[in-house]
Design a protein around this ligand. Structure first.
Ligand code: NAD
Length: 390
């Protein structure tokens, strides 16, 4: 006996990641997996089919998933993939159910057991499966690299016979996983770094990375380690405290997010107008509309003398490393349910119970789990009635 695993080639525009990499193949086989992959699935990250030993390649994706017990993907698959899957099979990918009502409906109709990677509970035991964290860390690093290439000056102090230049000032706003990685990267590159977040516990984290912390006197810690939205009064207080720091910075990286809500606006048009000539903002929150009033998601724009870079799907720009980490995240999740060549799901396991989106023709009800609810309730929101997972 073995578990038939099928890996899809991603089809969404600009998606370069793949959910299986050669270093994970032997581990999945050891768990009892028989591996099949769609032809060319690794092409975008220069992984030819020949790089995958002991994996069978199938060109037609519907034929690929027809016999699969488990389907692995990065982005939510197309509806016809779900139609082609076996009833009761498992799908593991990012889903963002609130944006995918038709997909969720189809998963329920087809009785697919779907685990949504963005809802892995943020508990210590799940850290090795936490794809939001692994992908955000890469995005935080890449934001500094992107910002540095748009700046017309260096980040570190450089001394020459003609005199010394630098270092540049880098301000990171939003100190979750991506923001802390951005702070660490900018510090390593020799910039003078400052961090800001509405959760006061991030102050110590910023200081430990060699940065100073901008105090605004506003605490917006929300449930489950995430931030809450600010009131109008709090926003004004924060803006007043931040303006000077924004206007002294050469590079600003914004990463602020509130689960289930549009990105909070942290930098106004007026603040951009007052920034240094040649300054650069990299807005990592473009997917949710951006942290800067002038952000145009997916584009790089010049506003006066300031450049605002707002890339979409940043982890995909580092597709090779992002795939490596994502494939390991998925492997670690699968290892919770695969043993001795069979799949056995223990619904008492808080990670599996907290990550499942649909099972046995029903939408998972996470309302009984306050911790998971606080973090992912809005991400689970779908246009279908809720029912308990069996
Ligand atoms: N396994 C684990 O225990 C685990 C793993 C990863 C993250 N976490 C925790 O989860 C939480 C969220 O991390 P994330 O990277 O997903 O964050 P996120 O992407 O949800 O948000 C990024 C940051 O933006 C901040 N933010 C929101 N509104 C803001 C505003 N108006 N101004 C300034 N900053 C604002 C948030 O506080 C957060 O730090 C953190 O507490 C993190 O430590 C825990």
């Amino acid at each position: 006996m073995y578990v038939n695993i099928a890996v899809l080639k991603e089809t969404q525009p600009h998606e370069r990641r793949v959910s299986l990499v050669p270093s994970v193949v032997a581990k999945l086989i050891k768990l009892g997996g028989k591996l099949h992959m769609q032809s060319g699935a690794g092409e975008a990250v220069k992984l030819a089919d020949a790089a995958f030993e002991d994996v069978a390649f199938i060109a037609d994706r519907n034929a690929l998933v027809a016999d699969a017990d488990v389907v692995l993907a990065v982005q939510p698959p197309a509806l016809d993939v779900i139609d082609a899957m076996k009833e009761g099979a498992i799908l593991i990918s990012f889903i963002y159910a609130g944006h995918q009502p038709a997909l969720v409906k189809r998963l329920i109709e087809k009785k697919i057991t779907c685990f949504a990677m963005e809802t892995i509970p943020r508990v210590s035991r799940a850290q090795s499966m936490d794809a939001l964290s692994s992908q955000s860390a890469l995005a935080g690093y890449y934001a500094v690299q992107l910002g540095a290439t748009h700046l017309r000056r260096v980040l570190p102090k450089i001394t020459t016979a003609a005199g010394a230049i630098g270092p540049a000032k880098v301000l990171v706003m939003g100190l979750g996983v991506a923001g802390l990685e951005a702070l660490a990267t900018a510090h390593r590159l020799g910039a003078v770094t400052e961090g800001y977040d509405v959760r006061p516990e991030t102050q110590e984290q910023a200081l430990s990375l060699g940065a100073t912390f901008v105090e605004t006197g506003v605490d917006a810690s929300g449930k489950g380690g995430y931030a809450r939205a600010l009131t109008a009064e709090e926003k004004a207080k924060v803006a007043a405290a931040l303006t000077e720091h924004i206007q002294q910075s050469d590079l600003i990286i914004t990463t602020a997010a509130i689960p289930g809500r549009p990105s909070p606006k942290l930098i106004s048009k007026a603040q951009v107008q007052g920034m240094k000539a040649g300054a650069v903002i990299v807005d990592l929150s473009a997917e949710g509309g951006g942290n800067v009033e002038d952000t145009v998601p997916g584009q790089t724009v010049e506003v006066g003398q300031v450049t605002i870079v707002a890339p979409l799907n940043v982890p995909s720009l580092l597709g090779e490393d992002a795939s490596e980490l994502y494939a390991k995240n998925q492997y670690n999740l699968l290892a919770l349910m695969m043993k001795d060549n069979i799949i056995e799901i223990d619904w008492a396991d808080e990670i599996l119970a907290g990550t499942v989106l649909t099972h046995a023709g029903k939408l998972a009800d996470h309302s009984a789990k306050p911790e998971a609810d606080a973090k992912s309730g809005s991400r689970h929101a779908a246009a279908t009635p809720t029912a308990k997972v069996a």
